[in-house]
Design a binder for this molecule. Structure first.
Ligand code: FE2
Ligand code: FE2
Length: 214
């Protein structure tokens, strides 16, 4: 059952974020406690981030959801939330490459932590603002049946391969990182993004909002 307002792809992407969150937390634990004991884990995490997080999950956002928003709701791909999210997907690719070549010990921990911070905050942006807003807009635009992709065999294989690691290296959060919902918690707010109201709201939405305030 789709618990989220919006077409099925919205609930699917939110459910997939739980998988990514667990693996990212596990990578963090491994980087802190497990590098020497379990050196082979590095390649398993890397395969997951490349094939599943990037090749499956981010791919659906970039090739299904974002184009649908651009086409049916006239939301720009060139600035604001969708541009920021796409840039963060690219940054993920760079950090995964760095994780592959980083020396064991502190250098690996530093990259793992940067990747974890990036993906945690990325997921917060999507879960708390972009996906709920996108879901409502797609329904209003009559695109209520938009679906995500189904995992292929390679994607199933990397997800299943990483599961024992998530059990062995249980997800570890980072108390030093502030995480929160909404635009105010977003690193891009007031910087490269004016916030969802400025970036996405149309004249009708502004009128509704202002008439409530009067
Ligand atoms: Fe994303
Ligand atoms: Fe996502």
């Amino acid at each position: 059952m789709n618990m989220h307002k919006g077409p099925p792809i919205i609930g699917q992407l939110i459910a997939e974020h739980e998988v990514v969150e667990r693996v990212v937390g596990s990578l963090h634990r491994w980087a802190v406690e497990g590098q020497e004991a379990d050196p082979d884990a590095r390649a398993v995490y890397i395969d997951f981030f490349r094939v599943w997080a990037k090749g499956f999950h981010h791919q659906q956002e970039e090739t299904i959801l974002f184009p649908a928003l651009a086409e049916h709701v006239e939301i720009s791909l060139d600035h604001g939330p969708l541009k920021i999210l796409t840039d963060e997907h690219e940054r993920e690719v760079e950090l995964v490459a760095q994780l592959e070549s980083a020396d064991q010990g502190e250098p690996t921990l530093a990259v793992a932590l940067e990747l974890a911070h990036l993906l945690w905050m990325h997921i917060d942006k999507e879960n708390s603002v972009v996906l709920p807003e996108a879901g409502e807009r797609l329904i209003r635009a009559g695109v209520g049946s938009l679906e995500g992709s189904t995992e292929g065999p390679d994607e199933v294989a990397v997800r299943e391969a990483v599961e024992p690691l998530v059990i062995r290296w249980t997800p570890l959060e980072d108390d030093d990182l502030y995480r929160g919902d909404g635009c105010m918690a977003c690193s891009a707010y007031g910087n490269t993004c004016g916030g969802i109201e400025k970036e996405w709201w149309n004249a009708w939405e502004w009128e509704q909002h202002l008439s409530y305030e009067e």
